[in-house]
Design a protein. Structure first.
Length: 395
């Protein structure tokens, strides 16, 4: 297991406190990151239905999943083996049976079918069919939306979680520098991505990497006008701007990082944009500390860059850490106007005030943790526009 049993039990205790405040007796956890957080379960099995059942008056959760994944739960979790309950394979992608039918039957058998049951309704892994089958199979239960209940418990990290993210940062430093090193005129985008992937998984001599929740994002040229494009087999051209947004991952904990490269002399508009973004990013990092609200960080960004005339409507950061595909974000606190979440030590964020205009864009980001007196970034790379002729712009 990635953590000791005592840490998992403390997480369960904090989850039950939130359950109690929300009037929830039974919580059905289907987000694989939340399952991992509470039980340690770690497998690429989230393409089929699985869940962790937390009962307010029971010490141990129950894991329910596909039969062939049950041994994976025995290997990776702190649960008693009798609390690992597999469903038969004829429930998998069936037109006549559904895994939530099996879950409903188990809840009936253990006398939990007439209680208030929380479900993670806004969740990549919990479908409309799941909800309908639970309602049908549990007519005496009261189903309640428990979206993000566990996610908010995850917001403040333990010292061990922070250490894992520091290791992830060492990996992303290596992956980012590998990408910057390889990008050049005539090089295929996919060849750069392949080497980045290799570096992400290989890790360091001291510790290996894990697969990140998001693949390397590598828009180039006019495609830098949007952030979420991946690689193609096209070749880079002289003058291209290339954005790299990557993460290192260690035991499912992420440290994201974004930087921008120019192949040859950059245009004045790219140089100007890079100056604006880096100035705003640095201003935010200088003022982050416990006790301020997320919206105050965004306000600092906005006031710092307003003289440039550039306007950014989207958020400039979000809580992140433990996760599975398709996202390393935690879906809780966002650094944007109106978010009044108060920062506490050991909260972790990806601060990414990227700007994407009609035909070009620039990104520089930092993964950070809030400290007792300020903040510290996980990675340590220059915040600047990298130029592949050996000359770096000064910011």
């Amino acid at each position: 297991m990635a953590f000791g049993t005592a840490e998992y039990k403390e997480r369960i205790y904090k989850t039950k406190e939130r359950m109690s405040k929300q009037g929830i007796d039974v919580l059905l956890v289907t987000d694989p990151a939340n399952m991992n957080y509470l039980s340690g379960y770690d497998g690429w099995s989230f393409y089929v239905h699985q869940m962790l059942i937390i009962m307010i008056d029971e010490e141990q959760p129950i894991w329910i999943g596909r039969g062939q994944d049950a041994n994976g739960a025995k290997v990776t979790t702190w649960l008693y083996h009798e609390n690992i309950i597999p469903y038969p394979d004829d429930y998998v992608q069936s037109n006549t049976k559904h895994p939530m039918d099996f879950v409903a039957d188990i809840l009936k058998q253990i006398g939990q079918d007439n209680r208030t049951i929380g479900v993670e309704m806004e969740n990549y892994y919990f479908t409309a069919k799941c909800y309908e089958q639970l309602k049908k199979g549990l007519p005496n239960a009261s189903l309640k939306d428990a979206t993000l209940l566990v996610n908010w418990v995850r917001l403040v990290k333990s010292d061990t979680e922070i250490e894992y993210m520091k290791r992830a940062a060492k990996i992303v430093e290596k992956a980012m520098m590998k990408g910057i090193e390889l990008i050049g005129e005539g090089v295929r985008e996919c060849d750069v991505a392949a080497e980045i992937f290799h570096t992400q998984i290989k890790g360091t001599p001291e510790f290996g990497g894990d697969y990140p929740a998001i693949v390397p994002l590598l828009p180039s040229g006019e495609k830098t006008s949007t952030p979420h494009l991946t690689c193609t087999d096209e070749r880079y051209k002289k003058g291209d701007t290339v954005i790299l947004e990557l993460a290192g991952c260690y035991k499912r904990y992420h440290s994201p990082l974004a930087r921008t490269v120019n192949i040859g002399k950059p245009s004045e508009k790219i140089k100007t944009l890079s100056d604006v973004v880096v100035e705003g990013l640095n201003a935010c990092l200088d003022m982050i500390k416990p006790g301020i609200a997320c919206e105050e960080i965004e306000e600092t960004w906005r006031k710092t860059i307003e003289k440039s005339g550039i306007v950014k409507d989207s958020r400039i950061g979000y809580a992140m850490g433990l996760n599975y595909p398709p996202d390393w974000g935690e879906h809780t606190a966002s650094i944007r106007k109106g978010d009044k979440t108060i920062l506490q030590p050991n909260m972790t964020f990806h601060l990414i005030p990227g700007v994407w205009l009609d035909q070009y864009g620039f990104e520089a980001s930092e993964a950070l943790r809030v400290t007792e007196n300020g903040c510290e970034t996980f990675a340590s790379l220059p915040r600047q526009l990298f130029i592949k002729d050996g000359i770096l712009t000064k910011n």
